[in-house]
Design a protein around this ligand. Structure first.
Ligand code: SF4
Length: 214
């Protein structure tokens, strides 16, 4: 896609799904179940979706496991037709084994800084590199991520990098548009899905704890 700098990624998403004539396969990188709730309302009517839980940034391991359990719970809700949107195909879930050293030796080396800075770009980049590689090796027709639903994540950065890595297979999105983030909070409450108080890494955990103590 040319002249990518001022693109309304949500509009590109809407135009893409409107023009689909079949039910293409989609690898959806999922950061956590709460963010996935709203994204799935937008994706389930159009795609044959495999959720990809790939989050070496989450610390500690117990938290990684807890978020995975919540994602399994959400997939069960969808597959038993108890979700607000009916799936076109049964949801599948694939998990990358936890490897904290991958985050620690790369994005983690950039140290403490406000969320949204260079460490976060590296962290998001790691997950996009691995997700788009997985999608390519397994011949998915589309690949994208739930990360754009967060108000703290830069949709332009995510979409530019995703498109660079996956090229025509990248599904542009900006799920925070059309009130996506607030709806994800409401859906998490509705389905009793645990919603964490920090993004994932130890830095964000410490930031959250310090905020709580102020
Ligand atoms: S705050 Fe979130 S996006 Fe940023 S480095 Fe930590 S886990 Fe990754």
């Amino acid at each position: 896609m040319n002249n990518i700098s001022n693109i309304n990624y949500d509009k590109v998403f809407c135009d893409t799904v409107k023009n689909l004539s079949a039910t293409p396969s989609l690898l959806l990188h999922v950061c956590c179940a709460p963010c996935a709730t709203y994204c799935l309302t937008q994706l389930l009517p159009y795609f044959d979706i495999t959720l990809y839980y790939l989050n070496d940034n989450i610390q500690p391991f117990d938290e990684w496991e807890k978020r995975l359990d919540e994602l399994k719970k959400l997939a069960d809700i969808v597959n038993s037709d108890n979700f607000v949107v009916r799936p076109r195909c049964r949801l599948k879930l694939t998990v990358k084994n936890y490897d904290a050293s991958y985050f620690d030796s790369t994005a983690g080396t950039l140290g403490a800084m406000p969320e949204g800075g260079a460490r976060c770009n590296a962290c998001i980049g790691q997950r996009l590199v691995l997700s788009t590689d997985y999608a390519k090796r397994h011949s998915f027709e589309y690949v994208t991520t739930t990360l754009t639903v967060s108000p703290y994540k830069n949709a332009r950065f995510i979409n530019e990098l995703g498109a660079q890595l996956a090229q025509d297979n990248w599904l542009y999105s900006d799920f925070k548009k059309r009130d996506g983030y607030r709806q994800s909070v409401q859906l998490s409450h509705k389905y009793n899905i645990y919603r964490q108080h920090y993004c994932g890494c130890n830095y964000s955990l410490q930031d959250s704890l310090q905020g709580a103590n102020k």
